[in-house]
Write a protein that binds this ligand. Structure first.
Ligand code: BGC
Length: 494
């Protein structure tokens, strides 16, 4: 493999770093004195996390992302992957400036929404771009780099918060510091290629070929170009990439959308962002502010490190197994966290029980980080056919952010002692982790090692695809399979 492909994928994955930094940054500011002073909040609150304004700061980011994710597919298809990514870096920087420079809650809300829009669109465009440039056999691993960058961004934000906790204006860096990475990504993207698939789609075959020479071995170029052209020809004979096709049972599209949206929705209902958004505030209920900040940093670091497990395993054991193991693991550890926080124990006053909550939360985060964190993004980037990928992924990404919004907005309410409390909240998530494991067993086919073209045949032959109506074959799956096998044999002979 040519090393340049790693450079390309890494630069694009910087979008993940922006995503993570914004998710992980705000939680720590909620317990910073400088931020509380600026917002006019009392310095101490019992319990510390309760404010609705904190919920809105987290939720508006999700709402912005939801709004940004919707047109992102059309933008990517119309203007190309590269210009879209560059535009989003600029848009993000505007939001970061609003957040860092704000004098009150209003501008902060506006900045959260604007940056959120860019992140929503980036989270979809980056994965499309990466999946179109990565060679099939390592596509899972490369797309997982996106998640690695998200988790690294979260660690960075948590570490900044620890360092800046006592600085009066430190919170401004927590909110705006990642503008620097947006500028960096913009500058590096200037040197990155456009997606060859998009170029072929637009009839710019020579440019596509030139790009392929920079990211594939020379002997693979013509083969891959043929594959892309053939795939696009077939898809054109089926339709013109309209929204109605996204929801039709032709080529099992409606089933694939069901799988993608379901995965993204359930990813958020693992409850991961309760930790990512609110851990410092939740933990400061029974730990000192310093301990809460450090524990948050530890949870973020564990989240980052465990993502490497996914990088090592995703193309070996496959997507379905990781989702299953992770789902069951999270079910157990959210259950144990709930138990520790139940009336059977006094976690607010018993140091050992408090410590156990942090330890169980860490194991829960590990189980998320090697499974539902990266794998859902990987699956969504590889289950849709080329012509409808932009639109379909904007739908699945919208589902992710829509649910993220719900979690951000309603956790502070649901979490209150007079409602479900810590224990009830985690029990609900434990239940969801069980449901999501069943969902995976029933509905998600294994896409490990399949080329984007082979995935069509896989879905067509998948028994449960009938759930969304009898699949209509647009490309005779058997014939298609033969073409792919012949090509693979040719490749092996090279
Ligand atoms: C999710 C984010 C989450 C992050 C945590 C991502 O895959 O989409 O919502 O904050 O993982 O690592």
């Amino acid at each position: 493999m040519k090393p340049f492909v790693f450079v390309v994928v890494t630069v694009a994955a910087l979008g993940g770093l922006l995503f993570g930094y914004d998710i992980g940054g705000s939680g720590g500011t909620f317990i910073m004195d400088g931020f509380r002073n600026q917002m006019g909040w009392p310095l101490e609150e019992t319990p510390a996390w309760v404010s609705d304004e904190q919920g809105w700061i987290s939720a508006l980011f999700g709402l912005g992302a939801l709004t940004g994710a919707i047109p992102s597919g059309t933008m990517c298809d119309k203007f190309g992957r590269k210009p879209t990514l560059m535009f989003l870096c600029v848009w993000f920087t505007i939001g970061a400036i609003f957040q860092a420079a704000t004098s009150g809650i209003g501008l902060l809300y506006a900045g959260r929404f604007i940056s959120g829009m860019a992140i929503g669109a980036l989270s979809m465009s980056v994965t499309v771009y990466q999946s179109e440039l990565a060679p099939p056999h390592i596509r899972g691993r490369l797309t997982t780099m996106f998640q690695l960058c998200i988790t690294f961004g979260i660690v960075l934000a948590a570490a900044m918060n620890v360092a800046l906790e006592t600085t009066e204006w430190g919170w401004r860096i927590s909110y705006g510091g990642n503008g620097v990475f947006a500028v960096l990504m913009f500058s590096l993207m200037i040197f990155m290629p456009e997606s060859p698939r998009w170029l072929v789609e637009k009839g710019r075959t020579n440019e596509a070929k030139a790009v392929l020479y920079t990211i594939r071995q020379d002997e693979e170029v013509n083969w891959e170009l043929d594959m892309i052209e053939q795939n696009i020809r077939e898809e054109r004979s089926i339709g013109n990439g309209a929204w109605s096709e996204v929801f039709s049972n032709t080529n099992t599209m409606n089933y694939r959308v069901f799988v993608g949206v379901g995965l993204q929705f359930l990813q958020q209902f693992t409850g991961i962002n309760v930790i990512m958004f609110f851990a410092p505030a939740i933990l400061s209920d029974f730990l000192s502010k310093r301990e809460a900040m450090l524990s948050n940093l530890a949870l973020s670091t564990v989240n980052f490190l465990a993502t490497f497990i996914a990088i090592g395993l995703i193309d070996k054991v496959g997507r379905v197994k990781l989702l299953t193991w992770g789902g069951l693991g999270m079910m157990v550890f959210t259950g144990l966290t709930a138990l520790m926080a139940s009336d059977a124990f006094d976690y607010k006053n018993d140091g050992v029980v408090g410590a156990l909550i942090v330890v169980f939360a860490a194991f829960y985060v590990i189980n998320f980080a090697y499974s539902w964190g990266p794998v859902v993004w990987v699956c969504c980037s590889e289950i849709f056919p080329q012509q409808l990928r932009g639109k379909s992924m904007s739908l699945t990404t919208t589902a992710n952010w829509g649910t993220n919004f719900i979690i951000g907005r309603f956790t502070p309410v649901v979490y209150r002692d007079e409602n479900l409390g810590l224990w009830g909240t985690f029990l609900v998530f434990s239940g969801f982790c069980f449901l999501m494991t069943i969902f995976v067993q029933l509905y998600v086919p294994e896409t490990k090692g399949k080329s984007l073209e082979e995935v069509d045949a896989l879905f067509y032959n998948y028994p449960n695809a009938k759930l969304c109506g009898a699949p209509v074959a647009v490309r005779a799956a058997d014939k298609d399979q033969k073409i792919i096998e012949t090509k693979n044999t040719e490749m092996e002979g090279l």
